[in-house]
Ligand binder design. Structure first.
Ligand code: SF4
Length: 407
């Protein structure tokens, strides 16, 4: 049976491990050079090998982004870098620049070539053109409707694969081709260093009155004229499946490891339900909302969202839960879990615990011990190792979250 891949982002090793543990079929990430998302920590060369090995040991594919819009100076050393990626068994190189594509074919012959969404492929003719010059998979532009995607899939060559974004932040410009950040801050989005000025709040200022801000008013909250909502397709994933999209891509290399766990797990389970012919359980959308997010939009899947795709009131994330700990171990005889703290939590708090394949359950913390086995009232230190009593068995990589008090 046709099974689309769940493709997850990884900005560092922990995010990658979380994506793998929570059900990703493939992971994409960048080395410290030539991959967009300079703000993510990314991977140094020895770490890239470790990351690829980790993926392969768990039956997961590893795709490396080399998708900058390159000027000549950015290509210095690229042959060695691509040769290295080939030698460590990268499953695919994600490119957007035809010159980089040509070099990747030559210096990383064992890897597939995936054409980044930055290349803005919007029709079957273009998709087939790229296939003819060596592209194995197209990451479609995010600005396509489901009907257009269906047409492309019907008209593309059989051996060409199609990937599409299913979740995450959107760009106001054409799939990231944007000079706004470069113009306003000197940070170049096309080299992975976007400062996100599209999210800022704008006013009008007359040159001679620098302290007087004239609001450009959408409503009483001001104007965020270019601030897109986040894409979320989980409620209509069945339609993306029926269209024949082979890879469901999640955006978010800059997002947290907790985000990766929640979002990958939700899409994995929703896809399983779709493939079993069942309705998608609304639980998975509720789960996604427990990671920080903006309001959701279906993007362009059902037509240009126009003003419905924008957020006019705030550019802040909605965050109802704090990720407070990750389970490292569990002692069946005592019912105590060893936990690495991520945010402060205390005895008496009610938390939610969940794992890759278990729905969350509530637990009120009745007992907490420090690393010496001494009773403590709270875990205030980042990455503090503690033990807590849990009401049912847990496993390493299960996560603990707590509802925020301001909700
Ligand atoms: S400024 Fe906004 S629209 Fe432009 S590349 Fe950055 S995120 Fe995308």
């Amino acid at each position: 049976m046709f099974k689309p891949e769940i493709l997850a982002p990884a900005g560092n090793m922990e995010k990658l491990q979380m994506a793998v543990t929570y059900g990703a079929d493939a992971v994409y990430f960048a080395g410290s050079q030539l991959g967009l998302r300079a703000g993510a920590k990314n991977f140094k060369e020895e770490e890239i090998k470790e990351a690829v090995d980790y993926c392969h040991d768990h039956g997961v594919k590893a795709y490396i982004t080399v998708n900058v819009i390159a000027h000549d100076e950015h290509l210095i050393g690229i042959e060695d870098y691509l040769t290295f990626l080939n030698s460590i068994g990268a499953d695919a190189i994600i490119v957007s620049d035809p010159g980089v594509l040509q070099l990747a074919k030559k210096f990383a012959p064992n890897a597939e070539i995936h054409l980044s969404t930055q290349a803005n492929t919007t029709n079957a003719q273009t998709a087939n053109f790229w296939h003819d010059v060596g592209v194995d998979r197209i990451v479609l532009a995010r600005e396509l409707t489901l009907e257009e995607i269906t047409q492309i899939i019907q008209r593309k060559k059989d051996t060409l694969k199609i990937e599409a974004f299913v979740h995450g932040a959107m760009c106001i410009s054409y799939s990231g081709r944007c000079l706004l950040s470069s113009y306003m801050t000197g940070r170049n989005a096309n080299l992975g260093d976007c400062a996100h000025p599209c999210r800022w709040k704008y006013n009008l200022v007359e040159e001679m009155r620098p302290d007087e801000y004239y609001p450009v008013i959408e409503d009483e909250n001001g104007t965020f004229i270019m601030n897109s909502k986040d894409l979320c397709t989980i409620t209509f994933l069945d339609q993306l499946y029926q269209a024949g999209i082979e890879s469901f891509k999640i955006e978010g290399r800059m997002k947290s490891a907790y985000y990766n766990a929640i979002v990958v797990r939700s899409y994995k389970h929703a896809l399983k339900e779709v493939m079993e012919g069942k309705p998608i359980d609304p639980y998975w959308l509720d789960e996604i909302k427990k990671a920080s997010h903006r309001d959701f939009t279906p993007g362009f899947y059902f037509g240009n969202p126009k003003e419905e795709g924008q957020l006019y009131t705030s550019s802040s994330y909605i965050r109802h839960y704090d990720f407070v700990g990750r389970v490292l171990d569990y002692d069946e005889s005592t019912g105590m879990a060893t936990v690495e703290q991520r945010n402060k939590f205390s005895v008496g708090d009610t938390v939610e615990i969940f794992g890759p394949d278990i729905r969350h359950f509530d637990a009120t913390i009745t007992q907490m011990l420090d690393h010496k086995g001494q009773a403590i009232e709270s875990a205030p230190h980042a990455q503090q190792i503690i033990q807590i009593k849990v009401p049912q068995p847990v496993k390493p990589w299960d996560l603990i979250r707590k509802q925020r008090e301001d909700v």
